[in-house]
Design a protein around this ligand. Structure first.
Ligand code: NAI
Ligand code: A1CAB
Length: 270
């Protein structure tokens, strides 16, 4: 891709999206123009980031250059959106904003950026290592070129799903918040191992290998989750004893509600 790309907000997820593209030379550092809102972030990117991208502080005169880039990745927090305004001189409708903001609707983006076409994307942090999941919802009048460009940003590092917008909140709850839920489960199970006397490092490794092995088995043998559960759970055995505790503590319900809650929170950012 030889187009200039503006990145508005270069935090955790923007870096996770852009860095693999730079690593694989799919985009060139001189074509990336990013803007951040603190001096600290600016210095960190200038001094420590491994690629020599262009970076500016928001509000500075030089940062206005981002509005001349045809493609923009909007990657600030939803709560920070009010502080961004489209530059007055943009009149060219060829401009595209790819927003990865949780919850913020295409409608709101279109109102905020009247001289841009807008795409709403949900992606997740495993995109850093090429194992991401990306949901895309197209705004009005997106051209084929703009679709191709958006897909190119994500297709090398994630599986892409095209959805109508109403699926994006639940997609985000499962796939974007999901990694934190899984990390919490790994941490908690490891603490269980710790309680049984295992060193933390071994306990954590065992949990992660067990989870990986379980997922591979389910996928390779095309098992249902119930079939897998039955393979492990003997009458009067250890596993049913463990599962009984989880049911008593309503862990299943807590997990369901955690996803519903994340999805509802996303909807609040409309
Ligand atoms: N972290 C994740 O796994 C995911 C995050 N998202 C969404 O991505 C967005 C960014 O999230 P993170 O990267 O985690 O946040 P972050 O806090 O790491 O990054 C936000 C960045 O925006 C910059 N910023 C804030 N105000 C600005 C302004 N006025 N002008 C320019 N830059 C400004 C900050 O300096 C920071 O670099 C959020 O909207 C979030 O909902 C979506 C899916 C997954
Ligand atoms: O917690 C958040 O708001 C962001 C959106 C999805 C993952 N992280």
């Amino acid at each position: 891709m030889t187009d200039k790309i503006a990145v508005i907000g270069f935090g955790n997820i923007a870096s996770a999206i852009v860095t693999p593209l730079l690593d694989k030379k799919l985009i060139q550092p001189e074509n990336v123009f990013c803007v951040v809102n603190t001096e600290k972030s600016l210095e960190k990117i200038k001094n420590n980031y491994k690629h020599n991208i262009n970076v500016y502080k928001s509000g500075s005169k030089e940062s206005k250059i981002i509005w001349d880039c045809q493609y923009k990745l909007l990657s600030i927090k939803p709560q920070q959106l009010n502080y961004i305004s489209e530059a007055y001189h943009i009149k060219n409708k060829d401009n595209l904003i790819v927003s990865i903001l949780a919850g913020v609707s295409i409608n709101r983006l279109a109102q905020k950026f009247p001289n841009h076409k807008c795409v709403r994307v949900v992606t997740n942090i495993p995109i850093t290592i090429g194992k991401g999941l990306t949901g895309i919802s197209w705004g009005k009048e997106i051209t084929e070129d703009q679709k191709q460009f958006t897909k190119k940003l994500f297709e090398n590092t994630s599986k892409i799903y095209e959805f109508t917008e109403d699926y994006l909140d639940i997609f985000l709850a499962l796939t974007s918040s999901g990694p934190a839920i899984i990390a919490l489960i790994i941490e908690a199970l490891s603490d269980g191992g710790l309680s049984g006397g295992l060193p933390k490092i071994i306990s954590e490794e065992l949990v992660m290998e067990m989870i990986l092995g379980t997922i591979c088995l389910i996928k390779e043998k095309k098992l249902t989750t119930s079939e897998l559960k039955n393979l492990v759970t003997s009458p009067g055995g250890t596993t049913i004893s463990a599962l009984r505790v989880l049911e008593k503590k309503s862990v299943r319900s807590a997990l369901i509600e955690s996803i519903v809650s994340a999805s509802n929170r996303s909807k609040e950012f409309r």
